[in-house]
Design a binder for this molecule. Structure first.
Ligand code: ZN
Length: 243
């Protein structure tokens, strides 16, 4: 049930959801004035400028992964976690016009890599920044998740309710499999409107379960660490980290 059904969609459809998410993020960004960019984003410690820099550099990092897939020469997303953070810090100090340019440019570059990818390139083995071994086609999901969720984090009015259900399902599937892998969150049972209850740890037999109830958008929002908003159940506390 928690399998990521997004990955089973035909590549064309996955690319379409990603491009819609990219347009959605770009719209949210264009709704913000240059002064708005100085204000905090929804992510602790990051201004909106940091967030835009991160989303732009994420596209550049995924270009490196696609180049790795095409050439076979290992070019990781980031040379190290500290290099990633330094890049974001430097990007956040760009002037707003340069930052918006960086975003547009990196998005266009990634789209160019994808448009030119052959079947062999999509299937080529690469590795994510978290160390997962995946086929290059996984970059489409990684980017899709990134743009839809960070559009909300931008704080310009985008909501989890705007995110297509297939993307929410994929995101929730990723979060829960991460928890399961780490042995976290076993007390939670997710009650999503219109679905069977989903225990994070189906084998758990001790202790009272903590029910998290709401629609798919609200439960996914909470699980992804973006706050308990719109849940039917009482505040279920802070979820385990997943990234
Ligand atoms: Zn991100």
């Amino acid at each position: 049930m928690f399998a990521n059904a997004f990955r089973d969609l035909p590549l064309d459809e996955r690319l379409t959801w990603c491009r819609r998410g990219t347009a959605h993020f770009a719209r949210a960004l264009s709704d913000l004035t240059d002064d708005d960019l100085l204000l905090p984003s929804g992510l602790a410690g990051w201004s909106r400028r940091h967030l835009v820099a991160h989303v732009a550099y994420n596209a550049a990092a995924l270009c490196r992964v696609m180049d790795w897939a095409r050439t076979g020469v290992e070019t990781p997303m980031y040379s190290s976690p500290s290099a990633r953070n330094e890049e974001i810090e430097a990007g956040s100090s760009l002037n707003p016009a340069a930052l918006r340019n960086l975003y547009d440019h990196t998005v266009a570059r990634l789209d160019e890599r994808w448009r030119n990818a052959t079947g062999a390139v999509w299937a080529a083995p690469v590795r994510t920044a978290q160390g997962r071994d995946v086929a290059a086609a996984e970059t489409v999901w990684m980017r899709t998740r990134e743009v839809w969720v960070h559009a909300v984090d931008l704080g310009a009015g985008a909501r989890f309710g705007d995110i297509p259900p297939v993307v929410l399902d994929g995101l929730l599937g990723d979060v829960v499999s991460k928890w399961r892998g780490a042995g976290d969150g076993g007390e939670y049972v997710l009650h999503i409107a219109g679905r069977d209850p989903l225990p994070v740890d189906p084998s758990r037999s001790h202790g009272a379960p903590v029910v998290v109830e709401g629609d798919l958008a609200a439960v996914t929002r909470w699980a992804a660490g973006r706050g308990a908003v719109g849940l039917v159940s009482p505040a279920p506390g802070t979820p385990p980290r997943w990234l």
